[in-house]
Design a protein around this ligand. Structure first.
Ligand SMILES: [Mg+2]
Length: 225
């Protein structure tokens, strides 16, 4: 029996646009020091430097904002400024869940035929909260909050599910995290692009693979699954 795994952020629900908005709010706080786009670049640099230590998610993002603010203000970040940054992060954690089109129909249809799984990065508590708020948890047999989405991370998941890689379908918006590592293991990847992609998740080359498909709307999976 096939296992169909879904990425969560920007596959099941909206995520990246909220981060973009938070980055803009953050950059606007320090316009006296740097133009906004430069602050955003500085933040991205900090995030990349911290990724191996903090992992993915809002909390690491908050710490990276604080670190960036200290740097660009030349060490003059005030308590009030720090407080504003923490507020930006907390607002991000409290955003309502906006489920993407066709998600419910597709999960409903596929859950009668296959084992469905969520495979997502991010903060454990935050992803659990989003899943609960979304009302989608009932469709899934298993929720995997992963610290990263490298081939070895998927290998662990596939082993845990007790299936062969070719029985594993991954559906997600990131070629880099959701598709390429799964194809590498011999699984299937279904790419559903989202209009906003984090620079860290960008892949510049086209993907060609016999187990690879790209769709525009999620309900297209019902024609082959
Ligand atoms: Mg995603």
């Amino acid at each position: 029996m096939l296992v169909i795994a879904f990425d969560a952020d920007d596959t099941l629900w909206v995520n990246e646009p909220y981060f973009r908005e938070s980055e803009e709010t953050f950059a606007a706080l320090f316009e006296d020091y740097l133009p906004m786009h430069q602050t955003q670049q500085e933040l991205f640099k900090t995030e990349m430097d911290n990724l191996a230590l903090y992992g993915y998610g809002v909390k690491g993002f908050m710490l990276s904002m604080i670190e960036t603010a200290i740097r660009i203000t030349g060490g003059n970040l005030s308590a009030e400024g720090t407080d504003r940054i923490l507020e930006i992060g907390k607002e991000l954690l409290e955003r309502p869940i906006e489920i993407l089109p066709h998600v419910e129909t597709v999960l409903e249809a596929l859950s009668t035929k296959y084992r469905l799984v969520v495979a997502t990065k991010g903060d454990l508590l935050d992803q659990e909260r989003k899943l609960k708020k979304s009302g989608l948890a009932k469709y899934f047999h298993h929720i995997e909050i992963m610290s990263d989405k490298k081939p070895e991370d998927y290998q662990k998941l596939i082993r845990h599910l007790d299936i062969a890689p070719e029985q594993f379908f991954m559906i997600g918006n990131s070629l880099k995290s959701d598709i390429l590592p799964v194809l590498e293991l011999g699984g299937h990847g279904v790419h559903i692009p989202f209009h906003t992609t984090w620079a860290h998740e960008m892949v510049s080359h086209p993907v060609e693979h016999v187990n690879f498909r790209e769709i525009e709307q999620l309900d297209e999976v019902l024609s082959f699954l």
